[in-house]
Ligand binder design. Structure first.
Ligand code: NAG
Ligand code: NAG
Ligand code: NAG
Ligand code: NAG
Length: 373
């Protein structure tokens, strides 16, 4: 009996030591894989990791169930997803230990440690390139506000690291910008006068002018490596299918997304040459990735391409994902979590496809090449 216990103790001791060795080795290899000093995230609900939790009167919120059912800890965090979103998977791929935290959490926290040197997120549900998002969801951070907040972080970095130190840090950092869908939703919202007075081409042209302005602002404050997402096939999300008969995709809206994406590519190329090549970018073709999901769902394990997982009514898109809504049992076979947003699975697959994939999905270089550039 004693012998047995001693033996058990010894072997559990050995097990314990080997576990420590494994953990330490994993820890080291994870740390060594960190590929960027920091990531700065700008955008809308596709990448919001909790900024809107701090906007008192915003109605663009996801800080309640069933959001987060598959997030570590199974709790809502402000992400518009059952689990992780694009920002989380991007941070993982870039080897960061954590996803850059929401700017508004950092500034509202009592401890005065300053901004983390591994980056900050300015993304806010409901945000658009245009300033109108305060009208849409009562309160959110439009791109101009996000860029302004970034300039305060830049000031903080310069103070701590000096100009040269901040520049060295920032020129290796990744700037991820994911937005534009809300501006399109605005254009098509019922009762909107936009569509009578402004043509789709004029509208996307002016979105691109404002985006270019924002990118120049980020470049002026040290940004050099940009991941820029195009607009996805927004007309195929459950809320928009619900507006069309036979649950087809809302074609005019998709065509406008294509128009925007077609303009975005030459705009970025132009900006790069204006900045004398002092900027690199990867354009991420969200539209093409989602078109692939919808055209060949089985290739990705999806069996439901139209309906949301969480919601109520037709396509689970008549009532959003709120606590009284029901949600599907298998979140891996749905493209859409709620009436607007992809599932964690769809987000993970997209980031896999654009991180180290072909030019079809990320051009002129993929995200891995952008980081290495
Ligand atoms: C958007 O808002 C910012 C900050 O209030 C302002 O500086 C900018 O001129 C506005 N842009 C437009 C196009 O109205
Ligand atoms: C839309 O246009 C009509 C007539 O041109 C005008 O009366 C109305 O106030 C406009 N609505 C909005 C939201 O601008
Ligand atoms: C490019 O950026 C570097 C710092 O990263 C700066 O010294 C240089 O002046 C910039 N060149 C142009 C053309 O903007
Ligand atoms: C959930 O869906 C995924 C992807 O289609 C599939 O691989 C898995 O077997 C499903 N799980 C269950 C419990 O049905």
């Amino acid at each position: 009996m004693l012998h047995q216990m001693a033996h058990n103790k010894r072997s559990s001791g050995i097990l314990f030591v080997s576990l420590i060795v494994i953990v330490v080795c994993l820890g080291l290899s994870e740390a060594q894989k960190q590929q960027v000093p920091a990531m700065y995230v700008f955008g809308d609900s596709l990448v919001d990791v909790g900024n809107n939790n701090h906007l008192k009167i915003s109605i663009a919120k996801a800080d309640f169930p069933h959001n987060g059912v598959d997030f570590p800890g199974n709790k809502p965090t402000g992400r518009f997803s059952n689990g992780k979103n694009f920002a989380d998977f991007l941070a993982e791929k870039a080897g960061l230990a954590t996803t850059p935290p929401p700017y508004l959490s950092v500034v509202s926290s009592k401890s005065n440690d300053g901004f983390p040197t591994t980056g900050v997120s300015f993304a806010s549900g409901g945000a658009g390139i245009f300033n109108g998002s305060d009208e849409r969801y009562r309160q959110s951070l439009p791109l101009s506000k996000q860029v302004y907040y970034y300039s305060t972080v830049y000031g903080d970095l310069v103070q701590r690291l000096g100009s040269a130190g901040a520049q060295t840090h920032l020129e290796k950092s990744l700037f991820a910008i994911v937005l534009g869908s809300n501006d399109l939703f605005d254009y098509f919202k019922s009762g909107s006068n936009q569509s009578n007075e402004i043509t789709p081409q004029q509208y996307v042209d002016s979105m691109l002018i404002d985006l270019k302005q924002a990118l120049k602002g980020l470049h002026d404050s040290g940004g050099r490596k940009f991941l820029i997402a195009g607009i996805g096939a927004v007309g195929c999300c459950p809320s928009q299918r619900n507006r069309v008969k036979n649950e087809e995709c809302y074609e005019e809206e998709n065509q406008m997304a294509v128009k925007y994406n077609e303009g975005l590519k030459p705009m970025l190329e132009g900006l790069k040459s204006e900045l004398k090549g002092n900027m690199t970018y990867s354009y991420v073709d969200v539209y093409d990735v989602f078109a692939s999901f919808i055209q060949t769902p089985s290739a990705f394990g999806f069996t439901e391409v139209k309906a949301a997982c969480c919601g109520l009514g037709n396509l689970k898109a008549q009532v959003p994902c709120v606590p009284v809504s029901t949600y599907c049992s298998n979140r891996s076979d749905h493209i859409f979590w709620d009436l607007y947003h992809p599932t964690e699975t769809a987000a993970r697959i997209l980031i896999d496809m654009v991180f180290d994939g072909s030019q079809q999905y990320a051009a002129p270089i993929n995200v891995k090449q952008l980081i290495a550039a």
